[in-house]
Design a protein around this ligand. Structure first.
Ligand SMILES: [Zn+2]
Length: 258
C-alpha cells in the first residue's frame, strides 16, 4: 500500500519488481540505435531535443529550459518542420513500456484543433496532458496535475487556451444548452468578470491566467514547488489560425499568497 510519493514513484516505474539500471541502459542504447538507423536512411533529421528518459526526472533540466524546449517545438510546428513524430515509433518500441518521466504538464481545451503534442512538436512521453472544454481547473484536473508534479517530477505547467474557443463564447453568451454543458460556465465566470469585456479573445487570455493562478492557489503541492523555483506555472494562448503559441507570464497579484 502506498503512503508517500517515493512509493508511488516506485510503483509507477516498476522499481519494486527489482528492475535494475541495466534494462534501462539497454533500452537507451536500443533507442539510440533505432534513431541512428532512421537518420542514416534519411528518414528523419537528428532529434533536436533529448528523447524521453526512462531513468527518472532530469535533475539538470530547469523549468525555464523545459518551457524553452516546448516553444522551440512550437516554432518547428509553425515552420512546417516538425521532427518528433519521426522518432515516436522508435521510442514506443524501445522504452515507452518502462515508464514515464514527462517534463511539462499541459492543461488545454478539448477542442479538436488543439493537438497538444503536435503543437509543441514533442515526443511520446515528454508531455503530461490534461484536457477539458475551456481548460478549467476542476478538482480532478488539479489532482491529475498534482500527480504529474509530485510523482512524475514535472518542471513546468502550461494552461493553454485558444482562439475561437466555443466554451468561452458559450460562457459569454450564456445560451440555453442541453444536458450538463452549462456546468462548464461557472468556472469561466471569474475570467468574464476580470476581463471586464465580452471580447472572446480577452476572456480567453484572462481565463488562461485565472486557471493557471488557480492551480497554484488551490494546490499546496504545486505552490510549494513554485515557491522553491523547481516548478514554473504559466498561461498560454494557441492561435488555431496560425499554429502559434503565445506564453503569458502569471501576474503575481493573481496569487492569493503572493
Ligand atoms: Zn476551446
Amino acid at each position: 500500500m502506498c503512503s508517500d510519493v517515493d512509493c508511488l514513484q516506485d510503483q509507477q516505474h516498476g522499481t519494486q519488481d527489482g528492475e535494475g539500471a541495466d534494462p534501462s541502459r539497454r533500452a537507451f542504447l536500443t533507442a539510440m540505435t533505432l534513431m541512428g538507423g532512421a537518420a542514416m536512411t534519411g528518414l528523419s533529421a537528428a532529434p533536436a531535443i533529448a528523447a524521453p528518459s526512462a531513468d527518472g526526472p532530469d535533475a539538470s533540466l530547469t523549468p525555464d529550459a523545459a518551457l524553452a524546449e516546448i516553444m522551440a517545438g512550437n516554432a518547428r510546428f509553425v515552420a512546417g518542420k516538425p521532427t518528433a513524430h519521426l522518432q515516436d515509433l522508435s521510442i514506443i518500441k524501445a522504452r515507452a513500456a518502462e515508464g514515464q518521466w514527462p517534463v511539462v504538464g499541459v492543461l488545454s481545451c478539448a477542442d479538436s484543433r488543439v493537438p497538444v503534442e503536435m503543437v509543441f512538436d514533442e515526443y511520446i512521453g515528454r508531455l503530461f496532458v490534461t484536457r477539458i472544454a475551456g481548460n478549467i481547473t476542476t478538482p480532478e484536473i488539479v489532482a491529475s496535475l498534482e500527480y504529474g508534479v509530485a510523482v512524475l517530477g514535472l518542471k513546468a505547467l502550461v494552461v493553454m487556451g485558444h482562439s475561437s474557443c466555443g466554451a468561452m463564447k458559450a460562457a459569454i453568451d450564456n445560451p440555453e444548452v442541453p444536458g450538463q454543458i452549462s456546468a462548464l460556465f461557472p468556472a469561466i465566470l471569474p475570467a468574464l468578470y476580470l476581463a471586464r469585456s465580452k471580447d472572446p479573445a480577452a476572456v480567453t487570455r484572462t481565463n488562461a491566467l485565472v486557471q493557471a493562478a488557480t492551480l497554484i492557489n488551490a494546490s499546496p503541492v504545486i505552490e510549494e514547488k513554485v515557491k522553491a523555483d523547481t516548478l514554473k506555472v504559466v498561461a498560454a494562448v494557441y492561435d488555431v489560425g496560425t499554429g502559434k503559441v503565445e506564453m503569458l507570464p502569471l501576474p503575481t497579484d493573481m496569487l492569493i499568497r503572493g
